[in-house]
Design a binder for this molecule. Structure first.
Ligand SMILES: NC(=O)c1ccc[n+]([C@@H]2O[C@H](COP(=O)([O-])OP(=O)(O)OC[C@H]3O[C@@H](n4cnc5c(N)ncnc54)[C@H](O)[C@@H]3O)[C@@H](O)[C@H]2O)c1
Length: 256
């Protein structure tokens, strides 16, 4: 995996034969990441809650494991399916939830518990499963959010969960670096995905121009899943072999 012996751009981004697991890879950002990893030659397994994601995996030539990342048995089975005799090379910890949070006064402990359980605790469990299988080193890419970097009304529980992802990323980069595993995070801005469209549906019904909202950044582009996938490909590949413990913000300049 070292680039000391090669300067070829092709070799640095080539993932041929590397085994990759993408959680929540059935649609949205995860699907775009799975697509780019497969294009770079990786042997991709998609783990998703939604059984319908099997069709997308098949079209991509990827393997599929129906899996709720919050369930230990299902998570371990997905990792077993993704790993070969030589273990696993890449984990993209993408699956996450972002239900409308609302004002702090209205948010129940149960809601916060579920948010932290999926977005932080399950990513932690997946990190543990990956580390046990990345016997030859590897790369982990965690999906955080710009919501962890700046404040915002009515997103407190989500922001807290994604701040946990960033802390997990930095701490595990220190610890797992000793076994050749790099760990980085991506903090996307608002990206046009099925999850975001669902969440914004009530606002759209109230007259909000969703496309304009999604393009409200200095670059002036609609945030697309592939914008995030390009960053994930960089972090997963040997282009980033000296990059670990970092948060790559991909938001069209919103947080600049
Ligand atoms: N879209 C954005 O604007 C945005 C911004 C910042 C961060 N993110 C983060 O990016 C990630 C992906 O977001 P998205 O917008 O593509 O989401 P999405 O809702 O469009 O898609 C999420 C996918 O994950 C799967 N999934 C959900 N819960 C799961 C679970 N418990 N186990 C396995 N699979 C599960 C879903 O079935 C779906 O296929 C999330 O972690 C999210 O917090 C998204």
């Amino acid at each position: 995996m070292s680039s000391e012996t090669t300067n070829s751009l092709h070799d640095l981004i080539d993932l041929t034969g590397r085994r990759a697991l993408v959680t929540g890879g059935g649609k949205g950002i995860g699907a775009a990441i799975a697509t780019r990893l497969a294009e770079a030659g990786a042997l991709v397994t998609i783990a998703d809650l939604d059984p319908d994601a099997a069709r997308f995996a098949e079209q991509l030539g990827a393997s599929f494991a129906v899996c709720d990342i919050a369930e230990a048995d299902q998570l371990a089975a997905a990792f077993d399916a993704a790993s070969g005799d030589d273990g696993l090379d890449i984990l993209v910890n993408n699956a996450g939830i972002f239900p409308t949070t609302g004002p702090i006064a209205d948010v129940s402990d149960e809601f916060v518990h579920r948010m932290l359980d999926i977005n932080v605790r399950a990513q932690f469990s997946a990190t543990r499963e990956a580390a046990a299988r990345m016997t030859g080193g590897g790369a982990i890419v965690n999906l955080a959010s710009i919501a962890a970097l700046g404040g915002g009304a009515n997103i407190s529980a989500y922001s807290a969960s994604k701040a946990g992802v960033i802390a997990l990323t930095r701490a595990s980069a220190h610890e797992l670096g000793r076994q050749g595993i790099r760990v980085n995070a991506i903090a996307p801005g608002i990206i046009d995905t099925p999850g975001v469209q669902d969440q914004m549906a009530p606002l759209k019904a109230g007259g909000l121009d969703i496309d304009a909202r999604i393009a409200a950044n200095p670059v002036g582009l609609r945030g697309l899943p592939d914008h995030i996938a390009r960053g994930a490909l960089f972090l997963a590949s040997d282009l980033a072999e000296f990059v670990s413990g970092q948060v790559l913000v991909i938001d069209g300049g919103s947080t600049a």
